[in-house]
Design a protein around this ligand. Structure first.
Ligand code: GLA
Length: 385
């Protein structure tokens, strides 16, 4: 017989082996998840290595992202019973994102949403951009847009699990002026918040509008449409659009319209109302003017899914949020685990400056000048009810 302390040692050794076999940290013994950040190779693109970063907080929430397109691949959060599910659309492998026509999970730039007729004038000079949305430029152009380039990634050292992505967008890229240095970081804290910090500088004046294009389904991605989710958008006004989805310039009160989401409302309640703006957007695809008393963080929206109890709150320093109900998803994209992404299988809450701001001097300015640093922050907070 083995002496008792040796048996204990031996079983501790076996336990450790089992844990490391499943990729769990031996040192943490019985904890079920690896709090911190893990990196793994995830293929190559443009001849450069792509790294997958897995951020896990002390409650076991997990966010995966990669340096291709600064894309967020998954967000695993608990329901009211503690059951985890992945609540964003995405793909299992890098190849699924090439191409990625719906911009699933991607970081958008230089200019999120539309610029009318693919042109703007700045300091007396007219710039021409590639058109990829009828007459418009959508989400920054066609080739080297922020969702399609390889960023430099660096895991944050110490502190909360996080990763910082940087990218240099060269002067003239997709028609935009100036060498723009962009820095985006994702940090997952123990308040169950995914914090997105944006920073940019330039050497020539240029418009800039950065956003995160995650597609949420709080019941779990790929399982159903989002029409029975409830949504509250903290906005008394929105920017109505014309037939090309370009803002008319008006800031219209939501009161008395199906865009009044100031109190929690089922997304499906009025989405197909015969209201001109919903007809034009094929559902919700509108920029809301976030109510705020001062600069700094303000609540933009809160979404709730009744069966799981999951709640997502989005707050931001940005003036607007695009509420898009996945109206253009049409089942042509097959995502994780073979899930087919059909119409309205997810919604986006894209914090942003107003669409087409470079052609609307009356809107808050999106022009970044040399010597200035653009900074903004958006927080996605997960909880249950
Ligand atoms: C934004 C736009 C939508 C659509 C999606 C991507 O939400 O406003 O019209 O382009 O991006 O498909």
């Amino acid at each position: 017989m083995m002496p008792r302390h040796l048996v204990t040692l031996f079983s501790a050794f076996l336990f450790g082996l089992t844990l490391s076999f499943f990729g769990l940290p031996v040192a943490q013994g019985a904890t079920k998840h690896h709090h911190g950040i893990q990196t793994q190779p995830f293929g190559t693109q443009d001849g450069r290595p792509i790294t997958l970063y897995t951020l896990t907080n002390s409650h076991g929430l997990e966010v995966r992202t990669m340096n291709y397109g600064a894309i967020i691949l998954s967000m695993r959060v608990p329901d009211r019973k503690g059951q985890m599910a992945d609540i964003v659309l995405g793909h299992d492998a890098l190849e699924g994102y090439i191409p990625n026509p719906p911009y699933i999970g991607a970081l958008i730039g230089r200019y999120g949403n539309r610029i009318a007729n693919g042109t703007f004038t700045l300091d007396g000079k007219t710039y021409t951009l590639p058109k990829n949305d009828g007459p418009n430029t959508l989400h920054g152009g066609i080739k080297r847009t922020f969702d399609k380039v390889v960023w430099d990634g660096e895991a944050k050292k110490g502190g909360k699990p996080g990763v910082t992505f940087t990218y240099l967008s060269k002067d003239g890229e997709e028609g935009f002026p100036g060498n723009v240095k962009v820095k985006v970081s994702y940090t997952l804290n123990d308040k169950n918040e995914l914090v997105v910090d944006y920073e940019a500088t330039t050497d020539k004046a240029t418009p800039i509008n950065l956003t995160q294009h995650s597609y949420f389904n709080l019941a779990g991605e790929g399982t159903s449409d989002i029409l029975s989710h409830e949504i509250m958008i903290n906005a008394d006004r929105f920017t109505p659009v014309d037939k090309n989805l370009i803002p008319t310039g008006e800031l219209r009160p939501v009161k008395g319209t199906p865009l009044d989401l100031t109190t929690s409302t089922k997304i499906g309640a009025r989405i197909d109302d015969d209201y001109e703006q919903l007809v034009l957007g094929h559902g919700y695809d509108h920029n809301f003017v976030i109510n705020r008393k001062e600069d700094g963080m303000a609540l933009a929206a809160r979404a709730y899914e009744p069966t799981s109890g999951r709640v997502l709150e989005v707050s931001t320093t940005q003036p607007g949020v695009q509420f898009y109900t996945g109206n253009f998803l049409d089942g042509t994209v097959t995502g994780k685990q073979g899930h087919v992404y059909k119409r309205r299988y997810a919604f986006c809450l894209e914090t942003q400056h107003f669409p087409d701001s470079p052609n609307h001097p009356e809107f808050p300015s999106t022009i970044l000048k040399p010597g200035e640093t653009f900074q903004s922050k958006t927080i996605f907070k997960f909880s249950t009810r």
